[in-house]
Design a protein around this ligand. Structure first.
Ligand code: SF4
Ligand code: SF4
Length: 229
């Protein structure tokens, strides 16, 4: 086989890239030279994180545990479209959609995320999934210390592990959408809380629901507009 290495051109100093030969002192202290790094660092302030005794201060947009968000009336934002799962480079998300029904409306529109799983053994916290989500249902929190599990299966988070708590003054799902609205009204942020009709529906179907006691009703947005005009 022919040697393809080009021959050095005349006038090129190839030795300039080689380290200098150590002098006499360099050769004497070479075996203990590494201690110089230790000695120069020994009096510097300690930077070891004392977690979990002292929680680290994380940046506001730190990529921590995911969260499935809700609207202000308590309905879920996830519509089960699976865009987050398709965007995930690590194949860490699994979604199965379900159909909303008159007695079981979990999100505005036709469908909701019936099954939602994130496998934290695979997730690399890149945030591609939250960029792909069309309804801002999926965001990432600052939480890092809860990402533990008793075994490998325990690190596959289910929908109930990811779903945000019911907002203050809202009603837990399922319940009907705000009367007179469609899903676009929710996307535009026009729903600001539960209405009396939603409270009445939950009271009739789940009288023991604890969010009934804290629900704060607002006027339906479209009805309020009609009253102004
Ligand atoms: S953060 Fe990245 S790796 Fe983790 S679930 Fe989202 S897209 Fe997948
Ligand atoms: S979290 Fe967003 S992108 Fe993923 S299924 Fe739900 S709505 Fe679609």
């Amino acid at each position: 086989m022919t040697d393809q290495t080009p021959a050095p051109q005349a006038g090129t100093d190839h030795d300039q890239w080689l380290p200098d030969e150590p002098g006499l002192l360099g050769r004497v202290f070479a075996p203990v030279a590494g201690y110089g790094v230790t000695l120069s660092s020994i009096f510097r302030p300690t930077v070891t994180e004392q977690y979990p005794f002292i929680r680290p201060v994380l940046m506001p947009r730190y990529h921590g545990r995911h969260q499935l968000n809700r609207y202000d009336d308590g309905l879920e934002k996830c519509i089960g479209c699976e865009l987050c799962a398709w965007a995930c480079p690590a194949d860490a998300i699994y979604v199965e959609a379900g159909s909303n029904a008159p007695g079981a409306q979990y999100s505005p529109g036709e469908r909701y995320g019936r099954v939602y799983q994130i496998n934290y053994l695979r997730c690399i916290f890149c945030g591609m999934c939250i960029e792909a989500c069309p309804t801002r249902a999926l965001t990432m929190t600052n939480e890092i210390d809860e990402l533990v599990g008793p075994n490998r299966t325990g690190l596959i988070y289910e929908k109930q592990d990811l779903l945000a708590p019911v907002p203050d003054g809202a009603l837990d799902a399922p319940h009907p959408m705000v009367e007179g609205t469609e899903d676009g009204d929710y996307y535009r942020g026009e729903v600001t809380g539960p209405t009396q009709a939603q409270v009445d529906w939950v009271r009739a179907h789940r009288p023991e629901d604890p969010t009934l006691a804290t629900a704060r009703t607002v006027a339906a947005p479209n009805l309020a507009k009609e009253a102004v005009h």
